[in-house]
Write a protein that binds this ligand. Structure first.
Ligand code: ADP
Length: 518
């Protein structure tokens, strides 16, 4: 055995003659040696860290330090460099001690014949150790790249041995399942246990079929991860006969949760788009109906008036119908404008102080001529009896009135018997809850959310038999929010509805500026 390239050798010896002898001995051998000599700890350490040494040959006993210290420093700074200890002193114990401390060989200075073969052996072994380490490092690197790319692609791989029932999982598979800290192999049963209950049976029978028929398979299933999350996996596997006659199922599982979620979001978006398309058509039909009905009445009756005003009583009736229809049209246009303003955030609250019971009375009185309330016997519009003390609040008078009017109009529209009550309750601290309650047709549970959206109605069909563009509640909710509250509903089909909202109104009794003045 020879060493074909030049050997870089560091010699540690306090005796220059010994160093010289060693250099000559090596020069005479078949080895090509680059020889460097140091004689104390400082220069040894300096050379050790900066040089690219293949081998260190050190004297055992030196005045300032010894072979054991050399071994210690090598272990600390360059553990890959082999060290041979050379000593003038004979002693088995010494040899054992140095070998235990990491020396690769112990040679007596007077038996140099062993030296060259020992050098060749050490250099060869060190180089093969280096090659092995390089190969191991390269393999580690490949494993790391594979694991990281698997993790990035959210893929885990596994192998199942039907004979032993053992399931060999890659680290990325364990990570995917949220069991990255679990050591050792799992059984198939362990894996089946974390599959979602509804998918378990399908997974097991697919795997069994693949084993018995030697077939590949692809299956989508859910897994409950160690962290408690539910993930969607697509597992693909195939039957793989091994050289020893045994067989394995080799597979990968891909985390497709995002894909599945994305698909379901897409499906919901599509359904929503279809629904909003449908709603758009219904809205257009409804709005054009709402506009056309009063307009037809106005044009028709105005035509009659134009041609014949002989019957004064009849003419007055027509004029009143024209007025009502004109007002209805104006209300509708106002609603559309308000709704657009709320949407664009253009409406600002104008907070002022006013007496609340008076507002309620004014509102009630404005319905005194309401035809439905007048014609339907027993249908009453009630407000709580007035307190003897005057009661002041601070909010936007006009917008509060608008909200209550909207809610009461709806209550009247959707109630044929019983009563409609509206009013307020003081809630601490400084909040007032307003309510409008009716005993009308009520609102089904599943519609109680959507009725607050623009143009939405419980019955979206043209044949519903109620007027309205579907804007009142969305405007009322927008205005309530503007005043610092939230409009809510409690209702039961056929039994009536209760709309209520709470405003931070700073309720005061008789201690307002106005009251103090009285
Ligand atoms: P509109 O009354 O013009 O249709 P709204 O936005 O005021 O529009 O109301 C939306 C829908 O909510 C109504 O069409 C009706 O279906 C339902 N709704 C509102 N208030 C009541 C109520 N008091 N009783 C029963 N249904 C109601």
């Amino acid at each position: 055995m020879t060493v074909d390239s030049s050997i870089r050798l560091l010699n540690v010896d306090d005796n220059e003659d010994d160093a010289h002898l060693l250099r000559r001995h090596l020069k005479k051998s078949e080895l090509s040696v680059h020889f460097e000599w140091v004689d104390d700890e400082t220069s040894f350490l300096e050379q050790l860290v900066k040089g690219d040494w293949d081998l260190i040959i050190s004297d055992y006993s030196m005045p300032s330090f010894n072979g054991l210290r050399v071994l210690e420093l090598v272990k600390e700074h360059r553990p890959e460099i082999p060290v041979i200890i050379m000593s003038g002193a004979v002693g088995e114990e010494l040899a054992v001690e140095t070998m235990r401390s990491g020396a690769r060989d112990f040679i007596l200075k007077n038996s140099r014949s062993r030296l060259v073969p020992a050098i060749i052996r050490e250099i060869t072994e060190a180089r093969s150790r280096l090659e092995k380490r390089k190969a191991e490092n390269a393999l580690d690197k490949q494993h790391t790249i594979l694991r990281l790319s698997h993790e990035a692609a959210r893929v885990g791989s596994w192998g199942y041995d039907p004979n032993t029932q053992q399931l060999l999982c890659s680290q990325s598979m364990k990570t995917l399942c949220g069991y990255q800290d679990r050591n050792g192999n799992a059984t198939l049963d362990d894996f089946v246990q974390i599959i979602h209950q509804e998918d378990r049976e399908r997974f097991s029978s697919t795997l069994e079929l693949s084993i018995s028929e030697k077939l590949p398979f692809i299956i989508k299933h859910r897994v409950k991860t160690g962290g408690g999350k539910l993930k969607w996996f697509e597992s693909r596997a195939h039957y793989h006969p091994e050289e020893d006659g045994e067989a394995r199922i080799i597979g990968i599982s891909i985390d497709i949760t995002e894909l599945v979620d994305g698909m379901s979001a897409l499906r919901t978006a599509k359904e929503k788009a279809e629904e909003s398309d449908h709603l758009k058509s219904a809205f257009l039909a409804n709005i054009s109906h709402e506009l056309r009905t009063p307009l037809n009445a106005i044009i028709g009756l105005a035509n009659l008036l134009k041609d014949d005003v002989s019957d004064e009583l009849e003419s007055m009736k027509w004029a009143a119908v024209i007025h009502d229809n004109g007002k209805h049209l104006l209300d509708l246009i106002n609603d559309i404008v308000d709704s657009a303003k709320i949407e664009s955030g253009e409406i600002k609250a104008e907070i002022q102080q006013f007496e609340l019971p008076s507002l309620l009375e004014q509102i009630r009185d404005s319905f005194s001529t309401d035809t439905k309330l007048q014609t339907l016997e027993g249908l009453n519009l009630e407000i709580p009896p007035r307190d003897t003390k005057r009661f002041f609040v601070c909010t936007d008078h006009r917008r509060l009135r608008q909200i209550l009017l909207n809610l009461i109009r709806n209550a009247i529209k959707f109630t044929d018997e019983g009563e409609i009550r509206f009013g307020y309750r003081v809630q601490e601290p400084e909040h007032i809850q307003f309510f409008v309650t009716d005993s009308g047709i009520g609102i089904p549970k599943e519609k109680q959310k959507i009725i607050f959206e623009r143009f939405r109605q419980v019955d979206q069909s043209m044949s519903r038999g109620f007027q309205g563009a579907g804007l009142g509640l969305s405007i009322s909710r927008g205005l309530t929010e503007l005043l610092g509250g939230d409009l809510e509903v409690e209702s039961e089909s056929g039994k009536g509805s209760s709309f209520y909202f709470t405003l931070p109104c700073l309720a005061t009794k008789e201690n307002s500026i106005e009251a103090q003045r009285d």
